[in-house]
Design a protein. Structure first.
Length: 263
């Protein structure tokens, strides 16, 4: 299936590893030019080189912390200077730390809000004018299954990813007349460092071990396994494609059946 991404320019945030990197590589394999960012420049440059070697795509890697509006501005400016535009935006960031209400102070809420909510808003603010002008654009936010079914101990993620979903659903209606779609992908338990970190935090709270926590999570998944980053990337590539132009305002889980609701 030709997704119509050849010649497009895609900016994928937090793409040095995990799901972000998998999405960047999938879009590169479809013929898009890629802009990736992360806070760790060394890991980022390795990812860029490996994506280029695997796909032959043009890749721009720029160190940026998406919790900082000035660095978002520099990232988007660099993308436009190199490629002339941004057609596809994939918002992503490291998840906020685990914690219950009593363990999270105002500073923790502020940091998490800047990273999880303000970052996608600011990224979209920077790329939307060009998308509107060209009357074509794709914005895709990586959220979490916690939006649909909150997870104990993830107070920040449950709250702020739900806020991203509300923002994105509202934005989708505002920009639809310009040929711009806005959708969300809700990854379930996936083999990433983020899941390892959450398992370690849960094990510490419960007096058990991370492998035991992960085994408990897997038992809750009808598919009886964790997902792979490439499986989230496959859906992401379709949602930002030319073929998905009539899909907007949606939140789609990739979770092996973990969410139990009907819709």
């Amino acid at each position: 299936m030709d997704l119509g991404l050849r010649g497009k320019v895609a900016l994928v945030a937090a793409a040095s590893q995990g799901i972000g990197r998998a999405i960047a590589q999938e879009l590169a394999a479809e013929g898009a030019s890629i802009v990736i960012c992360a806070r760790n420049e060394g890991v980022l440059l390795v990812a860029a080189r490996e994506i280029e070697e695997a796909t032959g795509a043009a890749v721009l890697a720029k160190r940026a912390d998406v919790a900082r509006p000035d660095e978002i501005a520099g990232l988007v400016d660099a993308a436009i200077a190199r490629f002339g535009r941004v057609d596809v935006l994939v918002t992503n960031s490291g998840g906020p730390p685990a914690g219950t209400f009593d363990t999270l102070d105002a500073a923790a809420w502020q940091r998490a809000t800047e990273l999880t909510l303000f970052a996608p808003v600011e990224l979209a603010r920077r790329v939307l004018p060009g998308m509107r002008e060209r009357r074509w654009g794709r914005i895709l936010n990586l959220t979490s299954i916690a939006v649909k079914q909150p997870i104990d101990g993830l107070m920040l993620s449950n709250s702020l990813r739900a806020a991203v979903t509300g923002w994105a659903r509202t934005l989708a209606n505002e920009v639809a007349p310009f040929g711009v779609t806005v959708n969300n992908v809700m990854p379930g338990y996936t083999t990433t460092q983020r899941v390892v970190d959450l398992a370690q935090a849960a094990a510490k709270r419960g007096g058990t071990t991370a492998p035991e926590i992960i085994a408990t999570w897997v038992r809750e998944i009808p598919a009886a396994r964790m997902g792979e980053p490439r499986e989230i990337a496959a859906l992401a590539a379709f949602l930002v494609s030319d073929r998905a132009g009539y899909i907007t305002g949606t939140s789609i889980p990739v979770d092996g059946g973990w969410i139990r609701s009907l819709i």
